[in-house]
Structures are given as C-alpha cells and as structure tokens.
Design a protein around this ligand. Structure first.
Ligand SMILES: *Cc1c(COP(=O)(O)O)cnc(C)c1O
Length: 383
C-alpha cells in the first residue's frame, strides 16, 4: 500500500527528488505586482494593493468587508477583540487545531475551553459544545453565558475548518444562538471552501483567513478579518495603532496594534487570488485521485462533508491505528516524500494544560491516526 502511494505521488509530481507537503506556486502576476510596489516606493502599510486585496477578498467570499493584517494570528486576535472577548473570558474551541487559534485567545487574556471534534469534519462538534455548556454553564439574568464553577463569561465559540473541511456550521449556529455565544470562524485553512454554498469565514459574526507561505494562497505572511461594516471599522482602527484620522497630528485614542499588512505582501496576494479557483480545481482533482487510490484499503481518505465544497488545502488520511500511522510516516519521509502527523492536541501543550475541557475521545482517536499527504498544486502545464 505504502509503495503504491509513494509511486503515485512521485508520478503525480513527476519528481524523484524531495516532495514537499505544500509549496506555493507563482505563475501569474506575482512578479509584476510586487515590482510595481517597489517602483512606486509604496512597499509598506500605505499603498493601493492593500485596499485592492481587501476589496477582492470581500468580493470573492461575499463578505461585506475585509481588513488585511500581518498574519492570520493577528487577524484572529483582533477578530476576538471586536467580537467582545475581554480578559478573564472563556472561549470554547477545539483541541485539534494549529496553536495559533489558542494563542490568539490567550493574547486577549482569555482562556480556551476545549471540546471535542466530529470524526466527519475534524471540526468542533456541536454535540460536544452543547454537552459542555449544559454541564458547566448557565445563562444569567441578562442572558450572558457564564461558567457555573466561577461565573466567568463564556463569550465566544471558535470552530476551525480543519485542512479546509467546513465544520458543522448550522448546528453550531443553533447552539451558539441558544447560549448567546458569538461565533468566530478560524477559516485560516479554508479560503474558498463552501458550506451550503456560502464561503467559510462569512457565516459566523467574524471570520479570519491566513496567507502564510504554506496556505492555499500566500502573501509571504498575512491574514484577513472578514465581517460586517461595523466590526470591520473597529478592526481597521485596532490594526492601525488606533490612530484617529487627522491631516498631520498623531492622536491615538486607545491601545492599538501595528497589524496592518504591508503593500508589498498585498501585491503578492492580489496576484495569488487571481489563481485561487484554478488552485482549488487542481486540489480537488488531486483529492479525487488519492480517494480512488486508497478506496478499499485500510487507510481512509478524508472526504468533504455532505453539502460542502472543501478547498482540500491539505489532504488527510486516517490510518487504522498508531502503528500504521508511524509506519506510513517513516516509509514516506524516509524516501523524501513529506507527510506529517496532525498537531499535538492543544491541552497537551504546557501553556494550555490547565485549561477546562470536555470529553475529547474523538480528538484523541484522530490525533493517533491522521496523516497529511503532499498537497501542492502542480506546475501550470499539469493543472
Ligand atoms: C495558519 C493558521 C493560522 C494563522 O497562522 P499565521 O501563520 O499567523 O498566518 C491560524 N489558525 C490555523 C488553524 C492555521 O492553520
């Protein structure tokens, strides 16, 4: 099985050399747009590409507004702040995520609460969320959700669309609605993924994207907050040092952040965005090939949830047990075909070990079995 998988990957990428997990592709206007910023001298946080990139992301996703940031973690940090997260709050999220999700919560002085994921979506389970809230929370006289144990406010719920697979959003919206939680989507991995026809990141109150070098499109480093007019204005203010508009004076009316995306990076983003749908088509074709190859084997290819279009940013498989997972990682990495286990669960990391959590059976089961396979878009002549 491993041998035929490795042979398929080598054939697909037409390479006997090292094969990365995910490499960017620059075959459009990237060079042209980046050089334009240099020629104009506007390489920093002022420049036409930043606004253009924001407008194009808003138009593409169908979001009312978009605010560009230096990276996805910064986007999530500010998204949580504009969603109302304050120091001392609790924010419910999944333990199966990249550490940035939890770090952004901690930057707010808030604390993550970990609830389980669903096997089908690898994302936050509405049932697990409901179960944790029923056991540990109550609505106070003002309708604010609070922890029964110590009265702390449970402010937000942050599902993450793992590897581009949309989480079970309708059911999450239902639970959040009944418990008065603000839904913030960490859509860092799922740009272009659709949940019942709508873009992930636009369905909760606020959503965030990442354009890190390994994401489906990249700006080198970068992120985006997608939300409505009012919260976007607030996010824009906080990400630009809370500077009050004035012809020459330096007035800052609260603690702000220097989080605005430079024009140089936005130029790369504008060119990459022009290629996004072609990338998604190529990735979906590769996902189908992996699924066909693995059909009937003991390794399960993770398919998109029903009613969704996944961007298949990173292809994932579920091995039958830890032994098979370890053998697959060794066999592939040993011959230069890069595969990776899924992240260590967040509550096992030292800075989040003290956090509250529900039953995490599914997350633990997946942690022992999930492997990501090479998922780069091949060069243009073979897309
Ligand atoms: C990539 C990513 C982020 C943001 O990462 P940056 O490197 O800061 O852009 C946040 N959450 C998840 C789940 C991610 O995969």
């Amino acid at each position: 099985m491993f041998a035929s998988l490795i042979a398929f990957i080598r054939d697909y990428y037409r390479s006997n050399g090292p094969i990365p997990l995910h490499a960017p592709v620059f075959e459009g206007h990237e060079r042209e747009y980046v050089l334009e910023t240099i020629d104009s001298t506007f390489v920093s946080s002022v420049g036409a590409f930043v606004e253009r990139f924001e407008n194009r992301i808003a138009a593409y996703t169908g979001s009312p507004r978009a605010v560009a940031t230096v990276n996805g973690t910064a986007a999530l940090h500010i998204a949580l702040k504009v969603a109302g997260v304050e120091a001392g709050d609790l924010v419910v999220t999944q333990p199966l995520t990249f550490v940035a999700t939890c770090n952004a919560i901690a930057y707010c002085g808030a604390e993550p609460v970990f609830v389980d994921v669903d096997r089908g979506t690898l994302g936050l389970s509405p049932r697990a969320l409901e179960a944790w809230l029923t056991e540990h929370a109550r609505l106070d006289a003002e309708g604010v959700c609070r922890s029964r144990a110590d009265n702390r406010v449970v402010r937000c719920c942050v599902p993450m669309h793992t590897f581009g697979l949309p989480a079970d959003l309708d059911a999450l919206i239902d639970v959040c609605g009944r418990w008065n939680l603000v839904l913030v989507e960490d859509a860092a991995e799922s740009l272009g993924s659709l949940y019942r026809g709508r873009h992930t990141g636009t369905i909760g109150r606020v959503g965030t994207l990442s354009f890190n070098g390994n994401k489906i499109i990249t700006t080198g480093g970068g992120g985006m907050i997608i939300t409505d007019e009012a919260l976007a204005a607030r996010a824009r203010h906080l990400t630009t040092t809370a500077k009050v508009p004035h012809p020459y004076d330096y007035v800052h009316d609260e603690l702000g952040y220097n989080y605005r995306l430079p024009n140089l990076n936005a130029a790369l983003g504008c060119a990459q965005l022009e290629r996004l749908e072609a990338f998604i088509t190529a990735k979906r074709a590769l996902a189908n090939r992996y699924a066909e190859l693995l059909a009937g084997s003991s390794i399960e290819f993770v398919r998109e949830p029903e009613g969704c279009r996944a961007n298949y940013w990173l292809n994932a498989v579920i091995c039958e047990d830890v032994a098979q997972r370890t053998a697959l990682l060794a066999a592939t990495n040993g011959v230069g075909v890069m595969t990776r286990p899924i992240w260590r669960l967040m509550h096992t990391l030292p800075m989040y070990a003290h956090c509250r959590r529900g039953d995490l059976t599914v997350a633990e089961w997946l942690e022992a079995r999930v492997v990501n396979l090479p998922s780069s878009v091949p060069p243009g002549d073979r897309q």
